[in-house]
Design a protein around this ligand. Structure first.
Ligand code: AMP
Length: 370
């Protein structure tokens, strides 16, 4: 089976690495000559809306998928005319706009923070009254890793935030004083079968994911997360891996955003789950039976942001697995991750405390496993 991927970053790279044992071939479209997936699969250079390259990809592939959600929805729809495209372009279009995404959650009875659309300074003032401060002003489109966001704590913050972000359509969301951040990941096959991964607890700094733990002992929240994931997967006639990020507030889930693709908080599944998120995404879009999404034991994932830690030091930690994405070092850039597997929560905590200093944090930066 031939799989086309639009976008050639680390997600495409890890999809290809998971797909070769299944006998799949890959061709990847990306405008950058040094896109890191090009080190492991055939890279075709072209803009995401380059019709000639999209047509060629559609002609070659049996199915096309994406490694990021900001592929122009028009490109996804154009591909769909001649080749199977998963996840469905409609899901991609909804996830590209925070307002549409919130509307989808709302219609699916999934709790969201108070929100209001903002297109002028006057609307921002009205929205701040309606949502009430503190609140987070976000660009509706093209935000990631906390980019395009400002926290408004007091009325004096309104004008500076508007000056900074005001050129684009915006959304104001109530600030959620969350206890935790978690994500629910699930894959849905072409026949409607769903595999749910264990709920993951996530820790961010400067808007960037730093640590995920797939051993959070929160069975009720996990059921809630799976229920919400099922609603979205079925409503969207989704095929592939979907991730939903939630805040936990007063012990309940409040949806923040969704990602219609494999997700950073699922990288631990490469060594930590019976079937990785990458393999299950591929199985889903290829129309194959899904594999078990069960964890093999307590697991964590640490992102390597900016540069890679020393390989030998990481591998000296029992249960640690090193993943470099083949990307040049740059501040704030995700260049790799470490998966950690352990026999029990105590050993997992010990391993995390050894690994954190290697990726630039104090051993107790994110506290003990709660
Ligand atoms: P996002 O790009 O929406 O995933 O936001 C990045 C990070 O900013 C989140 O993981 C949270 O840590 C924080 N954040 C975003 N929106 C809110 C909110 N409404 N309330 C509190 N924190 C938020």
């Amino acid at each position: 089976m031939k799989i086309g991927i639009v976008g050639g970053g680390q997600l495409a790279r890890m999809l290809a690495l998971a797909g070769y044992p299944l006998g799949f071939e890959f061709r990847i479209l990306d405008p950058a000559a040094d896109a890191c997936a090009g080190q492991v699969a055939t890279l075709v250079r072209g803009e995401y809306d380059d019709e000639t390259q999209l047509d060629a990809l559609a002609d070659w592939a049996d199915v096309v998928t994406f490694d990021f959600e900001n592929v122009p929805a028009s490109a996804a729809r154009a591909l769909k005319k001649t080749v199977e495209v998963f996840p469905p372009p409609g899901a991609l279009a909804l996830a590209q706009d925070r307002l549409c995404e919130k509307g989808l959650f709302w219609e699916s009875d999934i709790p969201v923070p108070a929100f209001a659309t903002v297109d002028s300074l006057e609307e921002l003032r009205d929205a701040a009254d309606k949502v009430s401060l503190p609140a987070v002003l976000k660009t509706r489109r093209l935000g990631y890793d906390g980019k395009g966001q400002r926290v408004l704590r007091a009325p004096e913050d309104i004008e500076p935030a508007w000056r900074e972000l005001g050129g684009a359509p915006l959304i104001l969301e109530g600030f959620v004083p969350f206890e935790r951040e978690v994500s629910a990941l699930a894959a849905r096959g072409r026949d409607g079968e769903i595999a749910f991964y264990p709920l993951v607890e996530n820790y961010h700094r400067e808007g960037i994911l730093r640590l995920s733990r797939a051993s959070c002992p929160l069975p009720e929240l996990e059921r809630e997360g799976w229920d919400y994931a099922r609603r979205l997967l079925e409503r969207l006639h989704y095929v592939g891996l979907l991730a939903i990020e939630f805040f936990v507030h007063r012990g309940r889930l409040i949806a923040n955003e969704m990602a219609p693709r494999v997700h950073n908080s699922g990288h631990w599944t490469i060594e930590g789950a019976e079937t990785s998120q990458f393999e299950n995404h591929l199985r889903a879009i290829a129309g194959l039976p899904l594999g078990s999404a069960a964890a093999l034991g307590p697991c964590a994932m640490l992102n390597c942001v900016g540069s890679m830690p020393e390989r030998a030091a990481v591998l000296a930690v029992p249960g640690a697995h090193y993943h470099a994405y083949g990307k040049a070092s740059r501040p704030g850039r995700k260049v790799g991750h470490i998966t950690l597997r352990a026999a029990d929560d105590g050993a997992l905590q010990t391993g995390i405390e050894r690994l954190l200093p290697l990726v630039g944090y104090a051993p107790d930066e994110f506290g003990p496993i709660a």
